[in-house]
Design a protein around this ligand. Structure first.
Ligand code: ADP
Length: 395
């Protein structure tokens, strides 16, 4: 049996999934899991597709273990548990593909060097994505590896949606709006096609609301505009990121408050958003359950900002036919969905309370002018499918 592994290596976690190639040439999800709390006390949990546990372990005193060391342990464990499968390739989520990479790519030394040069544009993600590629290359030098980019889905959006109002020379050297969460949006577009082909052909805004959060305006399943821009810092308020910010604030922090570039970086990426405004947590569940006014204000600001950006993307599309919620908050948090949709009632959008509480796929109220859906995302599946397609195109 042949198999493909997808890896999504982030700052504090490594998510992985194993897909087995069936006789019809389709990839079937066989197992998946993640290593969490890297840098604190790493733990590994993996499950088979039927939900049964495959492994659970913790690295006590493992705070110093690097991604590479943990991947080595994961490899050793996986080799014993592949149950006769032969891994054909590993596909990776790579956050930034820059100007050049508009589709998944087989990784070689040149590609890796180009991706490395993009690290300053995605400091929270890109270095960890590439560390995983390098770790796998050291462990299995002959195993094909494929990079799947979060920017690729947005590559062909209209020129105007990719331009910042800066001098042309900066645009030409790559200071432009790229957009992210593309693997998630591509998966959503594909699922929507299967669930409601007519809606998929129309104007849909997908809301990927997780620790990282963004919206994507799609017309006929293609990205037309999105809230993230040059970096994954732009747009919505997030768990620890500020989202759209008056650039004058950055100047003020540096010139008047004397903050160094590193301190500003840390502030905007890791100390802002839900965490910064609440002073309590970056986790939506914790904040919604918390009674303090600061927690409530953080939640309100998150919803207000998301609804406001939704209005902006509605203008980019010239109207909207559908809203799809996805990712941790979008898939699970009925209260946040309800309050965001209340703010969008001016569009003739309304949801059904019962369907919303049940996270049902279609949560629109009867008569809503905009269809509202909840569709779980699956970036690992998208990575595996792309990886197989790249392998097949090499033959
Ligand atoms: P990441 O961007 O790191 O992949 P996720 O998509 O897992 O993040 O989203 C994390 C967010 O989703 C957190 O704010 C968390 O509170 C929220 N979330 C995850 N699961 C649930 C749930 N079952 N109910 C409510 N909120 C949830």
């Amino acid at each position: 049996m042949k198999a493909v592994v997808s890896l999504n290596s982030g700052s504090s976690s490594i998510k992985f999934a194993l897909f087995t190639l069936d006789d019809a040439g389709n990839l079937v999800h066989s197992a998946g899991g993640k290593i969490e709390k890297i840098g604190i006390e790493p733990s590994l949990a993996a499950r088979r597709a039927d939900g049964s546990a495959l492994v659970e372990r913790t690295w006590k005193d493992g705070a110093d273990l690097t991604h590479a060391q943990l991947l080595k342990d994961l490899f050793d464990w996986a080799i014993e548990h592949l149950e006769g499968r032969e891994v054909m390739a590993i596909g990776h989520r790579v956050v930034h593909g820059g100007m050049r990479f508009a589709s998944p790519r087989l990784i070689d030394a040149d590609v890796l060097a180009e991706l490395d040069a993009l690290c300053p544009l995605a400091p929270l993600h890109q270095p960890h994505n590439l560390a995983a590629i390098q770790a796998v290359a050291a462990l299995a030098p002959d195993l094909p590896q494929v990079a799947c980019f979060d920017t690729a889905f947005h590559h062909d959006k209209p020129e105007v949606a990719g331009r910042l109002a800066l001098p042309r020379a900066l645009h030409d050297q790559g200071i432009r709006r790229y957009g992210f969460h593309g693997l998630s949006y591509e998966y959503i577009a594909r699922q929507l096609q299967a669930i409601d082909g007519e809606l998929a052909g129309g104007r849909v805004i997908a809301a990927h609301l997780g620790n990282g959060a963004s919206l994507c305006a799609m017309q006929g399943g293609k990205s037309v505009d999105t809230t993230m821009g040059f970096t994954a810092l732009d747009g919505l308020m997030m768990g620890t990121r500020c989202g759209t910010l008056d650039p004058g604030v950055v100047l003020h922090l540096q010139t008047q408050l004397g903050m160094s570039p590193d301190e500003v970086d840390d502030l905007l990426y890791r100390k802002s958003g839900l965490l910064g405004v609440s002073g309590i947590s970056s986790d939506m569940r914790t904040l919604v359950a918390h009674t303090s006014p600061e927690a409530q204000e953080a939640v309100e600001l998150f919803i207000w900002r998301a609804a406001r950006e939704f209005g902006a993307l509605t203008a980019s599309l010239g109207g909207v036919d559908g809203l799809v919620f996805t990712a941790g908050i979008g898939e699970n948090h009925a209260e946040v969905r309800k309050r965001m949709c209340e703010r969008l009632s001016w569009l003739g959008l309304s949801i059904d309370a019962e369907a919303n509480a049940a996270n049902a796929p279609d949560i629109s109220a009867t008569g809503s002018r905009v269809k509202v859906l909840v569709i779980p995302t699956d970036e690992e599946r998208m990575i595996a499918d792309h990886t197989l397609a790249v392998l097949q195109s090499q033959r």
